[in-house]
Design a protein around this ligand. Structure first.
Ligand code: DX5
Ligand code: ZN
Length: 234
């Protein structure tokens, strides 16, 4: 079942040239991207180490679309999560997602993100059960489905994610019917112009892509191919 929300393409700067990150952010947004996906890894929750609030603050002025701030979509793969959330809010993050396994008090972490003025997201690893959604939907702006095990870019999309996306779509649609609230459904890992349509068809509306965009310049080509694939789905 397709989402009713307009599709969003969120390039992951994990695959960008870190020596010229500001330029990469500007270029990919000019090439048609909607958001900037910002992967934070701590070499503890996941076996890799990336970027933190200082880099978020440094790219903030470059993350613009039509003179307006573009959404910096922070994906925290860190444990614990609470200590670092205010730092990202101050650094200009718009949306902060975290993994339920990395938070001792999920409800408290969601409230902390909201109190800091950001939108909230909860992330599901390939084997994480969906019951974590049961009592928090009213506090969520986004659900993020990992279609690879987190930690590295450039991995293959796991086909089992499609069933999970469809199951979450059904829950989000039921919640919208009850409350009127719409929650985005984002998918992250191994997305490219060839598989984006079936991910959309399964019910996702927000697509993270790292290597499919940054390893295949010019960036507008990959983004255009993704948008065309989405348009073909009725
Ligand atoms: C993986 C990250 C992803 C990753 C996506 O842990 O959360 O955002 O960078 O990269 P690709 O699109 O290359 O799979
Ligand atoms: Zn990510």
């Amino acid at each position: 079942m397709k989402s009713k929300l307009l599709p969003v393409i969120a390039p992951s700067i994990l695959a960008a040239d870190f020596a010229r990150l500001g330029h990469e952010v500007e270029t990919v947004l000019l090439a048609g991207a909607d958001w900037i996906h910002f992967d934070v890894m701590d070499n503890h929750f996941v076996p890799n180490l990336t970027i933190g609030p200082l880099v978020c603050e440094a790219i903030r002025p470059y993350a613009k679309k039509n003179q307006q701030p573009a959404c910096i979509d922070v994906h925290l793969m860190v444990e614990p999560v609470d200590r670092i959330i205010p730092d990202f809010a101050k650094a200009g993050a718009n949306l902060i997602s975290f993994h339920p396994e990395a938070s001792t008090h999920i409800d408290r972490t969601l409230r902390l993100i909201k109190d800091q003025g950001c939108q909230t997201g909860l992330v599901f690893n390939p084997a994480t059960p969906l019951n974590y959604l049961d009592f928090v939907l009213e506090q969520l702006d986004l659900v993020l489905v990992m279609s690879v095990n987190p930690g590295f870019g450039g991995q293959q999309f796991l086909p089992s994610s499609l069933l999970k996306i469809a199951a979450i779509r059904a829950k989000l649609d039921a919640f919208e019917r009850e409350t009127g609230k719409q929650i985005r459904l984002e998918v992250d890992g191994g997305i490219n112009p060839d598989n984006i349509a079936k991910i959309y068809q399964a019910g996702a509306d927000t697509f993270v892509a790292g290597s499919a965009i940054f390893s295949k310049p010019p960036y507008d080509q990959a983004i255009l191919q993704m948008r065309q694939a989405l348009l073909e789905i009725k």
